[in-house]
Design a protein around this ligand. Structure first.
Ligand code: OSB
Ligand code: MG
Length: 374
């Protein structure tokens, strides 16, 4: 039983070491929402909302999520005895449509709170079984194939277990060909973030030559039927990201044959309750899953690493170390990757498994709002 008493929302500014460009936009300085949840017993937990600066990945942004949490979601959770995070999920789903990243920030924070209360790690609370997770890197769109080859080569040398290349129309075949030539044995994949249409099927079929692990989200989010048509015309497996927002969308994917792999981002699907349901259904159907990333700070990373410890996460996750993104992260110790390209799941530390650097967060905070039970 949990009584949520107080939620503090903060916006921090965290500059990326290097701008990150995907087909629909570029981000240089992250505006990240962090939440601090507190229960009636004074136990606290930090969580992160992964909504972006602009609505180019999903309709949500940090500003819509802020509004949704303040106006509709936090009020649903205050002043009631919650059975647990799954109960919070049900209550928020009951009468708020969409706003999944906003819902996830609260729901996952409640998992963090329960872990802290019970003195167990998030991974233990979730039933995670894996101790180390292979890590993949996601490389933004570059101006030239040479620039991409340089970054991909460095990533392979650093030990990354999977190298994902962001693509967009006009920047795919030559770019992928150059990287494949430089790295004949690397595990490569591409991610288009919705940039193509079924008219591009012939072009995308040329990617079959490069022995890619998968092509992630080539078509629009709602295009499950068209993804199925495209998959029939390709040898390379399709992986869905944006399209899978709930376990029902996964069922649709399975029925239609819209893809063969799923990227699970807990923020995109409304939190851990939904992520676990997707994981379980994927596993029962022999669909490999992996944990995606949203350029999270070390707080969000703690949740993703814990989720990725579930047994169905059999492919490398976008769980790059802190130093890939930031001069300095907001957690201690920072997230790291070993020489074998693995991140270690914290097990012996209760809660998130890392200490949140609250002084640093105070310094980085540009907006703060406190919400309380009426
Ligand atoms: O599609 O996976 C994506 C970042 C922002 C928005 C969408 C995506 C991404 C990434 C980043 O690929 C992965 C990471 O956090 O390292
Ligand atoms: Mg993606």
């Amino acid at each position: 039983m949990i009584r949520l008493e107080r939620v503090v929302l903060r916006e921090i500014r965290l500059p990326l070491k290097e701008p990150f460009k995907i087909s629909s936009g570029v981000v240089k300085d992250r505006r990240i929402m962090l939440l601090e949840l507190q229960d009636s017993g004074g136990v606290r937990a930090w969580s992160e909302c992964v909504a972006g600066e602009k609505p180019n990945y999903s309709p949500e942004t940090i500003d819509t999520a802020w509004l949704a949490i303040r106006e509709w979601l936090a009020p649903r959770l205050f002043g009631v005895a919650l059975d647990g995070p799954a109960d919070a999920h049900t209550r928020m789903e009951a009468d708020v449509r969409g706003h999944r990243m906003a819902k996830a920030a609260l729901e996952m924070g409640l998992w963090g709170l329960v872990a802290a209360k019970e003195g167990v790690s998030l991974a233990q609370l979730l039933g995670g079984t894996q101790e180390r997770i292979p890590v993949g890197v996601s490389l933004g769109i570059q101006a030239t194939p040479e620039a991409l080859v340089e970054r991909a080569t460095a990533a392979a040398k650093a030990g990354y277990r999977k190298i994902k290349l962001k693509i967009e129309p006009g920047r795919e075949i030559a770019f992928v060909a150059a990287v494949r030539e430089a790295l004949p044995d690397a595990e490569l994949m591409v991610d288009a973030n919705n940039a193509y249409t079924l008219d591009d099927a012939g072009l995308l079929a040329q990617l079959d030559d490069f022995d890619l692990m998968m092509i992630e989200q080539p078509l629009e989010s709602e295009d499950l039927v068209r993804h199925a048509e495209l998959q029939r015309r390709l040898r390379t497996p399709l992986c869905l990201d944006e399209s899978i927002t709930s376990v029902n969308r996964l069922e649709d994917m399975l029925r239609l044959g819209s893809g063969r792999i799923v990227n699970i981002k807990p923020g995109r699907v409304g939190g851990f309750t939904s992520s676990i349901a997707i994981h379980d259904m994927a596993r029962a159907n022999d669909i490999p899953v992996w944990c995606g990333g949203m350029l999270e700070s070390g707080v969000g990373r703690a949740y993703n690493v814990a989720l990725a410890s579930l047994p169905g996460f059999t492919l490398p996750g976008d769980l790059s170390p802190s130093s890939r993104y930031w001069e300095r992260d907001v957690v201690m110790p920072e997230w790291t990757m070993d020489a074998e390209g693995m991140v270690t799941v914290p097990r012996d530390v209760p809660g998130l498994g890392v200490r949140v650097d609250e002084d640093r967060i105070d310094d980085l905070t540009v907006r703060r709002e406190e919400l309380r039970a009426a």
